[in-house]
Design a binder for this molecule. Sequence first.
Ligand SMILES: [Zn+2]
Length: 250
Amino acid sequence: VFAVYEDGGEKKIIGALLLASYPIEQKEVKIILTQPGQTITDDQLQTLTEKVNSTYSQAGIRYNLSIDATFNDGHWCGRQTCNTFTPTGSGLLSNNYTGDEQTIIETYMNRPSFVNNLTNDTAYIFAIGAPIDNTGGDEGDLQGKMNFSKQFGFLYNVNPTTNYDILGRTLAHELGHGNYKLYHIFDEIYLGELAKLSNNVMSYSTSPNALQLNKLQWDIVHKPGVTWGVFERDGDQVLMILLNYNIKGC
Ligand SMILES: [Zn+2]
């Protein structure tokens, strides 16, 4: 689309806008309460939904968010009493979850309520209400974590003092990693350190309005090449990598 105006009979192009159109795609996010007494109200859920959809509607994707309140008995660590939650460090050497992250995923997946309601195209996000031992966290000041191409992710410090505008932006950021394998905008292969606090959704900005996607990201979001499967546990992924390696070696 070009914007044209006439200047004394001479036509000048004063702007151009690229319109990319994609068919609307619907996706699901289930937010799992993990702590006794923890709540997310309808209004708060609406705020999260708006932030996520402000981001991904740019690429023709709409998310429906829902709450799973079947797991908020406080036994997320697989024992009667669970205390602090420790996020693990950088996934540079491994993209798999370990420690408390792996434990909570396994505990949740073993519940009949999960097995009876699993869906392959749903992102499962744990709302962690337990105190966070943040020594191993690697997402800057963001309240979340979701490893590349993973179906499970985490939001931290989900409690009565949570700012849901900021949390919604964090969720949009984490879905970028988990659902689309989007990298940080400030990685060296993209824009570098200067973009660290930019308005792009994959920056480390904690502004609730840093929700932009650039054209390269639109295209990746539209064709992410990420396939989820709820039975694809970490061990299976290792097996898949070995199989692929063997095929290539033939
Ligand atoms: Zn990130």
